[in-house]
Design a protein around this ligand. Structure first.
Ligand code: PMP
Length: 278
């Protein structure tokens, strides 16, 4: 495990952030999580591009190029000597006396590299449970912002209900999970929310779309309701850390036969092939 703060490698328990840091005080920043498999990053450029997009969206004055971030991240992983790990990278509006207005100071870039703790195989084999909750987040969920309070509250509520994830909805229309994108299978087609400001454009979602096209499975980016979610043949969620995770029960409703379905399985098999080929 290793930490990085503005050009310096540190140990993770070291005190390195001053009180007047805007990430700490305002959540005034953006972040990414990138998975490395056997020393190789999965879709690194896509993650870095999203990081730069998120930064621009909140007007963070970053100078680094995609290539600069690639190098920073690859170097940190090399330094950590970890092969299967997650890189967390965060950029904030820097360190300045607390005032809402943007300060004229350099941004702060911090990273951690930690061993990956993938979900237990039986979770993917048997599927997991979810609950439906209202999406109480702000209007710009396409930005991967540090402000995760509604996500955290919903995830905790899910956990306390014995569930792996909460699937969020606005007025009965599914947006995404608290930390994942959500999908249903109906009559052999994959449905997922379209890329609007209401959801994060998941990198794993991008991978699933590519895989679906390769396997000749229709990938339909259209809004769907919580009613359709509950009556779907299959449901799954995706994220960098969960990969493709089958959902077999939502609230008190079994999905399909209550076991992971064939389309979800095919997608995950192809996903694993892509990882093996990195
Ligand atoms: N939506 C939200 C709200 C998330 O936090 C995440 C995980 N970062 C995702 C979707 C999935 O994105 P990705 O596949 O890029 O990890």
């Amino acid at each position: 495990e290793i930490g990085y703060v503005n050009g310096k490698y540190v140990s993770l328990d070291e005190a390195v952030i001053p009180i007047d840091e805007r990430g700490h005080q305002f959540g005034d920043g953006v972040y990414e999580v990138i998975r490395f498999y056997n020393g190789k990053p999965f879709m690194l450029v896509e993650h870095v591009e999203r990081l730069i997009n998120s930064s621009k969206a909140i007007r963070l004055p970053i100078e680094q190029s995609v290539e600069d971030f690639n190098q920073l991240i690859l170097q940190a992983v090399e330094k950590s000597e970890l092969k299967d790990c997650n890189v967390y990278i965060q950029i904030t509006r820097g360190i300045a006396t607390r005032l809402h207005l943007f300060p004229n100071v350099p941004v702060s870039i911090t990273m951690t590299v930690r061993e990956a703790k993938p979900p237990k195989p039986e979770m993917r084999d048997n599927g997991v449970k979810a609950i439906i909750l209202d999406d109480e987040r702000w209007a710009n969920c396409y930005i991967k912002s540090l402000n995760l309070l509604p996500n955290i509250l919903a995830k905790q509520t899910a956990d306390e209900a014995g569930c792996y994830e909460a699937i969020l909805n606005r007025d009965g229309v599914v947006t995404e999970g608290t930390s994942s994108n959500a999908y249903i299978i109906k009559e052999g087609k994959i449905f997922t929310a379209p890329l609007t400001k209401q959801i994060l454009p998941g990198i794993t979602r991008m991978a699933v779309k590519r895989i679906a096209e390769k396997l000749n499975i229709d990938f339909v980016e259209e809004p769907f309701t919580t009613d359709l979610l509950l009556s779907a043949d299959e449901v799954f969620v995706t994220s960098t850390t969960s990969e493709i995770m089958p959902i077999v029960k939502i609230d008190d409703n079994s999905i399909g036969n209550g076991v992971p379905g064939p389309v979800t399985k095919r997608l995950y098999e192809q996903f694993q092939l892509e990882i093996a080929a990195l």
